[in-house]
Design a protein. Structure first.
Lengths: 357, 316
């Protein structure tokens, strides 16, 4: 098996990752390393099958923009997986937030950044609402966010009909098309031009770094992880667990809003269908990256790699003329294979650790 | 008597009866005319069976995200058997049921062999099935198959659609399975406390596989209802079934943690959701208000349940 490095590595944010609880596994059992190898092999495979895969302008730049969106989508789910919760409304939270952004640009004519902040605030607010409902009532997060998803699905369409009479805003705030089309190669200082990386990539990298630092070094993040690991113990150690639940869900909503903004920038429109395709990838990325559904441990780097892997597969099979529905078949098989291998690797590694001790 | 009044099922039954009566009055009793009532019940069959398919896995504390897409896949596959392969309708029906059960079995086996969370396993199989469902016939539609099967879908006995009766029979069978049979009791015991169940000699693995297989089989039944009652099948069937499949058991008072089910509650909840659906078409309301209302009802039902538990001193 070839394991040479990819000719052009896709955007991988160099984010921090908290170590899973003390379980000394050998290096080869690290799921992140496995993901990296699989991505490299796939990139080599796709570029040998179709040279168009390495086209910087037509393939690699859009690929990086797509990865950026889905890294942030994965992070939005990761924020609540840290608690052992789920956010089934991640796509619809993004939709509501992008509606708020579109409304701000359309009616108030605010600059790009202000509209983004408005949307982020709406996302954090709706996330906090979900967190508050979960913390106050003790109802399963799956049920609360599923119900919220139903509710928002209706609300978003009604709001768009009310505000635009259709399903999208016509407004194009200044700077949006730069985010959509430009790469750093379009900005030169004298003779030196930047690399061909879309402008949205640094935003996703910053988000991944921020979330990574939060869960690794910030008190808030550590306390959220402790709450996810053992709520009773966290409560007894003086952590206000209810507030941490609200904070994690607010963060999830905020990141969903950011993902919605990035997708709107990529599509060039603030429309009602933003977020429709978020739910499955939001789980794929963190789970492929080794984040458990049980809570208490997260891997930001793994999430970024998981999102990269799925988007590389989508892009590669897409170039090979596979239809969207066929793609799904392979994505599902890859997910199952990756998870089974992961399980096998963990079992083997544990066995070796036991026999050598 | 008080213990009956206090149950979730009783509350739901009262709400369902009041809602039905209110809708009947509001539509000038149009709801009670033979045609409208017939359509009301005919399209109630699918939500009931889909809700039960989800409830069976919720009983052991698992989820089946593939339930809607599996229904679509079985429906399209039986369409292919009848139209393209030219097989008679009974064979296609049995094949749909077998296919559902086999996919459910695979789900269960994957869960026990990989020890991966059932949520993730069925998320993966859902994605795979989406591809397969499309692979059978692309975007094409199968129609004009077996007149006998379509007549079965349109037939009524004493004003009650046969497919609705089929759904009721399935619901009764599921209820008897959980109440009277040994495997059914084992599933509930496992769902309530896996460790205690294992100590009492119940195989955890067998319970998980059985629950997933049953869920798949019920999705197969849902597919048969679709094929018979809708008169045509294509690759989009099942896309809008996932959320209702959770809504019915959750409104019906089934605990996600497992060990507790309510067939009556699930059926009544499916009835309520159908009621909202019908009022939408009767009053020509924006389709999206229905989603908003159902979301509010799910949340309201759960909060009400919590509130009631608190009043009666802790969860039942």
């Amino acid at each position: 098996m070839k394991t040479e490095t990819a000719p052009e590595a896709p955007a991988v944010p160099p984010a921090a990752e908290p170590r899973p609880p003390a379980r000394a596994l050998p290096v080869w059992a690290n799921p992140r390393l496995g993901l990296l190898i699989v991505i490299a092999v796939l990139v080599v495979l796709f570029s040998s099958l179709t040279p168009a895969f390495l086209d910087p302008r037509l393939t690699l730049a859009p690929l990086q923009a797509d990865i950026s969106v889905y890294v942030v989508v994965g992070l939005a789910q990761l924020a609540v997986l840290s608690l052992g919760h789920m956010n089934m409304a991640v796509g619809r939270m993004a939709a509501l937030s992008t509606f708020a952004m579109g409304l701000a640009y359309d009616r108030l004519g605010v600059p790009l950044l202000v509209g983004l902040l408005v949307g982020l605030a709406v996302g954090a607010g709706i996330g906090a609402l979900a967190g508050l409902l979960i913390a106050k009532t003790g109802v399963n997060s799956f049920v609360v966010t599923l119900a919220l998803d139903f509710g928002l699905l209706g609300l978003v369409t009604i709001l768009y009909t009310w505000a635009t009479g259709g399903v999208s805003f016509a407004v194009q705030p200044s700077g949006l098309s730069a985010l959509r089309f430009d790469t750093f190669a379009d900005y030169c200082m004298g003779e030196v031009c930047g690399p061909r990386i879309p402008l949205v990539v640094p935003i996703a990298v910053a988000a991944a770094l921020g979330v990574g630092l939060l869960f690794r070094h910030a008190r808030l993040g550590r306390e959220i992880l402790m709450t996810g690991s053992n709520t009773v113990a966290a409560e007894l150690s003086g952590i206000p667990t209810h507030r941490r639940v609200v904070a994690a869900h607010a963060l999830s909503g905020l990141l969903a809003a950011l993902a919605g903004f990035l997708l709107a920038a990529n599509n060039g429109a603030f429309s009602a269908n933003i977020g429709e395709s978020f739910l499955l990838p939001s789980f794929l990325a963190p789970v492929l990256g080794g984040t458990l559904l049980a809570g208490g441990a997260v891997s930001v780097l793994g999430t970024a790699l998981g999102a990269t892997l799925t988007q590389v597969i989508y892009k590669g099979l897409n170039l090979l003329q596979f239809s969207l529905e066929e793609l799904k078949l392979y994505i599902g098989l890859v997910l199952l294979a990756a998870l089974s291998l992961d399980r096998l690797r963990a079992v083997l590694a544990e066995r070796r650790a036991v026999s050598s001790s | 008597m008080r213990s009956v009044i206090r149950t979730n099922e009783f509350t739901l039954a009262v709400i369902a009866a009041l809602g039905f009566a209110a809708l009947a009055v509001a539509t000038d009793f149009n709801l009670l005319t033979a045609g409208t009532l017939d359509a009301f019940l005919r399209f109630l069959a699918l939500p009931i069976v889909i809700g039960l398919a989800q409830m069976v896995v919720l009983a052991v504390g698992q989820m089946n995200l593939s339930v809607g897409v599996l229904t679509g896949f079985c429906a399209v596959a039986s369409g292919w058997l009848m139209v393209d392969a030219g097989l008679p309708a009974p064979v296609a029906v049995l094949a749909a049921l077998a296919l559902g059960a086999v996919v459910g079995l695979v789900n269960g086996l994957l869960v026990i062999f990989t020890r991966i969370n059932g949520f993730i396993v069925t998320l993966a199989t859902m994605t795979i099935l989406e591809g397969l469902r499309y692979g059978v016939n692309g975007t094409g539609t199968y129609q004009g198959y077996s007149p006998g099967l379509r007549e079965f879908g349109q037939a009524s006995v004493a004003g009650v659609p046969v497919v609705f009766l089929l759904a009721v029979v399935i619901a009764v069978a599921v209820a008897l399975f959980f109440r009277r049979t040994v495997p059914g009791r084992h599933l509930l015991a496992f769902g309530g406390n896996p460790f205690a169940a294992r100590l009492s000699g119940i195989s955890n693995d067998r319970a998980l596989v059985l629950a997933h297989t049953l869920s798949g089989l019920l999705a197969g039944f849902a597919a048969v209802i679709v094929v018979a009652a809708f008169g045509s099948v294509n690759a989009s069937i099942g896309d809008d079934l996932l959320l209702p499949s959770f809504a019915a058991p959750i409104i019906g008072g089934v605990a996600l943690a497992g060990g507790m089910i309510s067939v009556t509650g699930t059926v009544l909840a499916a009835f309520l959701v159908r009621l909202v659906d019908v009022s939408q078409s009767q009053f020509d309301i924006n389709r999206r208000w229905v989603d908003l209302i159902i979301g509010a009802v799910v949340l309201g039902a759960v909060l009400l349940g919590q509130f009631r538990d608190k009043l009666s001193g802790g969860p039942r």
